[in-house]
Write a protein of this length. Structure first.
Lengths: 307, 571
């Protein structure tokens, strides 16, 4: 598997402010890689380094094996980029805008360009400033896709798109993948990545906290188990089981988080009188939140311990 | 729940329609200084600009006042200076209107310095007030703001109020500095003045500054920000020029009563002349225009309506690459600036004959002119244009350059460059090609100005090609200051590029205007680029200056490219 994107201890500071910290990322050829993180996590920072819009404070980033600071133009020739925050030329129409970017690349396949415009249902006769947020985003998507790049780098591409257009977008991503092209897209909405992604990396407060297949992320995750008893709640039995955490009792209900195999909990529960057993497989969204929540909690404990 | 409106005294000027509909409010302090209200936010945003402008003007008054007092330290010397200045035909005086009691320190300051202050601060007011609503509209932040509990009219009034307070702060600093100057350096008998004179002068600065700003404010919601800046600048400079050259140009004299500089010409408290009715009338007009602006904003749909939209013709020529894109973006403004300056040239050129005829009837004046300009044929269309056109149009050319540079810088500031950098274009290549687009816009503007001069000269029966060649030096000057702005924008950050160009233009102009009178050393006056342009309309080219301009222009482009390829893009 060839790495299309590869970062080594990539760090970017904005003066005193944190940008990203020692990010080691590897995106393979032909995959759709989701880059997940809450707002301010460092997704855009990472992507802007890949484009050589900003330079690393330390560490390095390679795209197609080319160091981003060494030959950015060679990289940009082979990618399609959609910025997370952009405006374009107010006075140009959508068509002119799209053609301008085609011209910057020395021309594109007109038929494919027209097809994209049609599938995204974009009226290209309007001036850019007249477009709504969603339509501006569509213009940006056509700009990023129209030359069938080997690698798509899309920063929050579905922002402002309605659900119908999101479906079209997903289809376009699958098509790119089917043609052997690579997609790197960022998002703070897990369900989006869940639908199209092969693998995902979670970034939080500038650090890459986990990289896994979308399925793997789910397996790794905790199950939320809720047990109801007719009588008193036997908390201690479950607290002793390995992988069980966050046990809390509330009346006749016992809640816990189970990471890893769930069988020990099921066996223990089977030996007891139960009125109900509920286990939920969390969505990627919840995995993400639990990841986020747990670290916040642990950092609080440290603070609490000192005071 | 009708709480009293506590947004500050300055609002009285604008609040022709009272704000209504209140909710529970944050503390007064928070509202005024902090983020507690739109007003506080607006004030915070313009506070720094207001302080800088106030302090700079204050320093300028102190320097000018001290120099005058030290260099002309006896009543006789002062009287000689006054006689010399007053004796010059208006065209040599700059465009500062009638000299009133300029033998006194206050009189001189009010004439030579304050006459130009509403122009300098007026530019700030235009830029700020055109942006208060239109800028927010473009950024979409108003959708959020106006969607909140605060009504749209109230929003407009409050944002306006914060600018008025900021301006009042700047003007107050100026008044205090003026008073200090008069107290500290007013050594001759007629010099002493009370604080009320400084405040009265400052009141005029306040109102006069707001005239073009209020117009820009009123039209901005309809025509957009950059056109509003153009309209405001037009009001400012037409009023200034028409008033300054009314004596010379019959066409200007006819419309002079429309100029607010003419209306308030009798109000010069530092020279002991007061005219509150005129100032009051102007203030009422300003208030009315601002009120119109508020209403226009209130009635206008938040999003630009796209009904009745015309089919936009395709402009393939302007989407070929970064150069054509940059030029295409600047072109409408280049045509407008060129058209306005060209028209100004036509009017002046066609008035030249009459002026020269007038002058040649007064032998003393001719004698004096020959003393001042021994080697020049001043009694010609060229001589007149050199004096009346070149030395003033240079500010406008500088401002046009700043406008183009601001547009260039906005590609990065507004993050258009983000998407461009996704294409296989290197940063340096983008910087060079887009900067050259700015230079090309200045060249096109200059060609249109040349055309105006040629037309004017032809009407006068002169050839005009030589004159046009001389006027072209203005374009070279524009490219030079633009080059510096581009270099700073590329090396440091885009946000300050246009500010640098405006500051250079005004700084060069003031240094040139005041330096000789203040008897500043040549080494200092020589820092003004305006000193190195020769008298090109008369055929006297300054080779060093021309080369310097070229070097600044193209060196600036190169430095912009160097800077862009080194630093982070988009901050
Ligand atoms: N130009 C900048 N100057 C200072 N700090 C910045 C700048 N851009 C981003 N940051 C900071 O870097 C962190 C990561 O931001 P960003 O990469 O934009 O996050 P994301 O795209 O994941 O929302 C944030 O804390 C943000 O405040
Ligand atoms: Mg982002």
């Amino acid at each position: 598997m060839t790495a299309v994107i590869e970062t080594r201890a990539l760090t970017k500071r904005y003066g005193e402010h944190r940008g990203i910290d020692e990010v080691d990322l590897e995106v393979h050829e032909g995959e759709i890689f989701g880059f997940l993180g809450p707002n301010g996590a460092g997704k855009t920072t990472t992507i802007r380094v890949l484009l050589d819009l900003i330079r690393p404070t330390s560490g390095s980033a390679k795209v197609f094996g080319i160091e981003t600071t060494v030959d950015p133009v060679a990289i940009r020739r082979r990618i399609g980029y959609l910025s997370g925050e952009f405006t374009l030329y107010d006075r140009l129409t959508g068509a002119e805008t799209i053609d301008y970017f085609a011209n910057l690349r020395g021309g594109v396949d007109r038929a494919y360009q027209g097809q994209l415009v049609e599938r995204l249902d974009l009226d290209v006769s309007r001036r850019f400033r007249e477009y709504s947020k969603g339509n501006k985003q569509k213009v940006g998507l056509v700009v990023a896709l129209q030359h069938r790049p080997e690698l798509l780098i899309l920063d929050e591409p579905t922002a402002g798109l309605d659900p119908l257009v999101q479906q079209t977008f997903n289809a376009l991503m699958f098509e790119a993948k089917a043609e052997g092209r690579t997609v790197f897209l960022s998002s703070h909405i897990i369900s989006e990545i869940e639908r199209v992604g092969d693998r995902a990396g979670i970034i939080r407060e500038g650090r890459l906290v986990r990289v896994d297949s979308v399925a793997g992320l789910r397996d790794l995750s905790a199950h939320e188990v809720e047990l109801r008893f007719p009588g008193p709640v036997p908390s201690a039995i479950f607290e002793a089981i390995e992988g069980v955490s966050n046990v809390s009792a509330e009346g006749h209900t016992l809640r816990m988080l189970v990471s890893g195999p769930i069988a020990p909990v099921v066996k223990a529960a089977a030996a007891l009188e139960l009125t109900d057993f509920i286990s939920r497989e969390p969505s990627l969204e919840e995995i993400f939140l639990s990841e986020y929540g747990r670290e916040v909690a642990s950092s609080r404990e440290v603070v609490g311990g000192r005071s | 729940m009708a709480a009293p409106d506590r947004t500050g005294p300055a609002m009285a000027v604008a609040a022709s329609g009272a704000a209504s509909g209140d909710t529970i409010e944050p503390s007064v302090i928070a509202r005024i200084m902090g983020l507690g209200s739109v007003f506080g936010k607006g004030l915070r945003d313009s506070r720094r600009g207001a302080l800088i402008i106030g302090v700079l003007l204050g320093i300028l008054v102190l320097i000018t006042g001290s120099q005058i007092s030290l260099e002309y330290n006896t009543a006789i010397e002062r009287a000689a200076l006054a006689a010399q200045m007053s004796g010059l035909p208006a065209v040599f005086q700059g465009m500062l209107g009638e000299p009133i009691r300029i033998e006194t320190l206050g009189g001189f300051l009010s004439w030579r310095m304050f006459g130009f202050v509403p122009v300098m601060v007026g530019i700030w007011s235009i830029v700020a007030l055109s942006g208060t609503l239109a800028g927010e509209l473009a950024r979409g932040s108003l959708d959020v703001l106006a969607g909140g509990p605060i009504g749209r009219r109230r929003l407009a009034i409050v944002k306006l109020g914060s600018h008025l307070v900021a301006l009042a702060i700047a003007v107050l600093i100026l008044a205090i500095a003026t008073f200090i100057t008069v107290v500290a350096f007013g050594t001759l008998p007629g010099d002493s003045l009370g604080i009320e004179a400084a405040l009265g002068q400052a009141a005029w600065v306040f109102v006069a500054t707001l005239v073009p700003g209020s117009v820009a404010f009123a039209v901005a919601p309809i025509v957009g920000r950059s056109s509003a800046i153009g309209v405001g600048a037009l009001v400012l400079f037409v009023s200034f020029i028409v008033n300054g050259y009314g004596d010379l140009v019959p066409a200007f004299d006819a419309i002079r009563p429309l100029s607010y500089f003419d209306l308030t010409a009798g109000h010069r408290p530092l020279a002991g002349a007061w005219d509150w009715p005129a100032l009051g009338l102007l203030a009422a007009i300003v208030a009315a225009v601002l009120a119109v602006g508020v209403v226009v904003f209130e009635r206008r749909d938040l999003l630009v309506p796209s009904e009745g939209r015309q089919v936009v013709p395709r402009l393939d020529a302007w989407i070929m690459g970064p150069f054509t894109r940059s030029l295409g973006e600047r072109l409408p403004a280049a045509l407008a600036w060129g058209g306005a300056l060209g028209l100004y040239g036509v009017v002046l050129a066609t008035s030249a004959d009459e002026f020269v005829a007038q002058l040649s009837q007064i032998p003393q004046v001719i004698e004096m002119i020959e003393r001042f300009f021994p080697d020049a044929d001043i009694l010609s269309v060229g001589g007149f244009l050199q004096l009346a056109y070149f030395s003033e149009a240079i500010i406008l050319v500088g401002l046009a350059a700043a406008f183009f540079v601001a547009g260039w810088a906005s590609d990065e500031g507004e993050r258009r460059i983000e998407m461009v950098m996704g294409a296989p274009v290197s940063r340096a290549e983008w910087a060079i090609r887009s900067s050259l687009g700015v230079m090309a816009a200045i060249a096109i503007m200059t060609l249109i100005i040349d055309l105006g001069i040629i037309v004017g000269a032809r009407i006068q029966g002169e050839d005009g090609l030589g004159l046009a060649l001389g006027v072209s030096v203005l374009g070279l000057y524009g490219m030079a200051v633009a080059g510096v702005g581009l270099a700073v924008g590329g090396l440091v950050r885009p946000g300050i590029a246009a500010v640098v160009v405006v500051s250079l233009t005004i700084g060069f102009y003031l240094l040139d205007l005041l330096g000789t009178i203040l008897r500043l050393p040549d080494a200092i006056v020589g820092l003004s680029l305006n000193q190195h342009l020769g008298r090109p309309i008369l055929g006297e080219f300054d080779g060093f200056g021309l080369v310097l301009c070229m070097a600044l222009a193209f060196g600036g482009v190169a430095l912009a490219a160097l800077g862009m390829s080194r630093r982070d893009v988009g901050r």
